[in-house]
Design a protein around this ligand. Structure first.
Ligand SMILES: Cc1cc2nc3c(=O)[nH]c(=O)nc-3n(C[C@H](O)[C@H](O)[C@H](O)COP(=O)(O)OP(=O)(O)OC[C@H]3O[C@@H](n4cnc5c(N)ncnc54)[C@H](O)[C@@H]3O)c2cc1C
Length: 431
């Protein structure tokens, strides 16, 4: 069996990469250990940056997203029982869209299968081989039979616990990691959200977040011990904690409803560098994890594969290898900015057991600053709605390359954000 790009993992990263490659005329085969039903029902992230939303719409997978996605022009931050709105539209001219990750996954699977795409669900014992050599291939079991998929490149889109990152010699990778002393208990509730926009609550009992997946389904979170047993969280206890932490002066109170899903997620920041080794490229959670406070996990996966697909297209259509060589460096500039933002939001809003009275006062002063200063609020809003996509930069460079010298291209490579700033300033998106 042979293809151009062998993709491991059918989460948002792997599926979108397969779709973008197809649009560029590049073949891929996607291998996934879980069933189609499982990946389509896995409730995880739910906030799309505007650039990610635009990419899905522009590439033909935005039909349902346009109809059912909930466009949000701000968030609320609540502390000391008072709500404060950060107005994205006013501050940046932009927005985010609430649309469940499982819906993005469903749309991508439908569009890939509709176009005759090759997705193999329920395969087992997947392992990438010879990506440092001339014959990259992936071994896997399908219906009890050993199979070998030969390919030019392997894309490791298999999430944090996948097989691709561990297949790279550890001496070639540097890991940057921070674990947080808390997790999120998340519940999905059959009841309309009490607010049209997300509410982030800082409270002495711990952080809470009111989010939603649709006008009828709420997604609620409370900070908890990451090692807590879910059995300790009866529905009654979830409601008691959530109401206590969300209580405020504006009378917003979440309507209770049937809890249809409940789980605890540990929180960590993680980055591996570089994100490539020979002909194996890591994308999405396989290469990095952010705490969900900044709502960035799925968005980073989209950003990575947008770069990777462009680099592969440049390779196959123009014989250019420099974008593939620069893949990791380009992605990491965005990833580290997103890591910083996700860490900052997490640090500002959660309760830390080790905090001294000084730390608690400083934390409150920070929230006060963010909710009262236009400059500070703009910084939060700009990061929340999403920094410009490197994809624009790649396109920008393709134009530059065609009309000027390689030296100029290399200078841009060293400073990819220059193109963004020019474009952003031109649009005055920061108001
Ligand atoms: C439990 C959980 C809850 C989350 N909640 C939130 C949230 O509330 N808000 C938020 O913003 N973000 C959240 N995230 C983060 C966000 O969902 C991820 O960043 C996003 O899923 C990344 O997409 P991905 O395609 O890189 O990885 P994944 O979505 O993890 O996809 C990887 C795929 O690879 C498959 N796979 C794994 N190993 C193999 C193998 N050996 N062979 C073949 N296939 C394999 C997996 O089954 C999976 O389908 C959550 C993540 C997790 C894990």
């Amino acid at each position: 069996m042979r293809t151009q790009v062998g993709i491991i993992g059918a989460g948002p990263a792997g599926l979108l990469l397969s779709h973008l490659l197809h649009l560029a005329g590049i073949e891929s085969v996607l291998l996934e250990t879980q069933t189609r039903k499982h990946v389509e029902e896995r409730v995880r992230a739910g906030v799309l940056e505007e650039v990610a939303e635009r990419l899905l719409i522009d590439t033909g997978v935005g039909g349902r997203l346009k109809r059912e996605g909930l466009r949000h022009h701000g968030i609320k931050i609540r502390y000391n029982g008072e709500g404060h709105r950060i107005d994205f539209k006013h501050l940046t001219g932009s927005h985010v869209t609430v649309y469940g990750q499982q819906e993005v996954v469903k749309d991508l699977i439908a569009v890939r299968l509709g176009a005759g795409g090759d997705i193999r669900f329920e395969v087992a014992e997947v392992s990438p081989h010879d990506f440092e050599g001339a014959e990259p291939h992936i071994r896997f079991m399908e219906n009890g039979k050993q199979q070998v998929l030969h390919c030019d490149f392997i894309a490791g889109c298999d999430g944090f616990h996948g097989v691709c990152r561990p297949a790279i010699p550890s001496s070639s990778l540097t890991v940057f990691e921070r674990e947080y002393p808390f997790g999120w208990l998340g519940v999905l509730v059959e009841a309309p959200p009490a607010s049209e926009e997300l509410i982030y609550a800082h409270h002495e009992r711990g952080f809470a977040l009111l989010s939603m997946r649709s006008p009828q389904v709420s997604r609620l979170y409370v900070q908890c011990d990451p090692n807590d047993d879910i059995a300790n969280w009866s529905d009654a206890r979830v409601w008691e904690e959530f109401h206590a932490r969300m209580s405020g002066d504006d009378g917003v109170r979440q309507q209770e409803g049937r809890i249809i899903q409940k789980g605890i997620t540990a929180m960590r920041s993680f980055v591996v560098e570089p994100m490539q080794h020979g002909k194996l490229f890591l994308a999405g959670d396989a290469a990095h994890i952010v705490p969900p406070t900044g709502a960035k996990g799925m968005n980073l996966a989209v950003a990575d594969v947008s770069i990777l697909s462009r680099a592969l297209e440049a390779y196959y259509k123009k014989g250019r290898e420099e974008l593939l060589a620069a893949y990791s460096a380009i992605c990491l500039r965005r990833i580290w900015k997103v890591q910083r933002f996700s860490w900052w939001m997490t640090s500002m809003l959660h309760k830390f057991a080790e905090h001294t009275p000084f730390d608690r006062r400083r934390q409150l002063a920070e929230i006060d600053y963010v909710t009262s200063s236009r400059a500070a609020a703009t910084s939060l809003a700009e990061n929340y709605v999403g920094l410009p996509m490197e994809r624009d930069w790649v396109q920008d460079n393709r134009k530059t390359q065609s009309r000027s010298s390689n030296d100029f291209f290399r200078a841009r490579l060293a400073n990819p954000w220059a193109a963004f700033r020019k474009r952003r300033d031109a649009r005055h998106i920061l108001g």
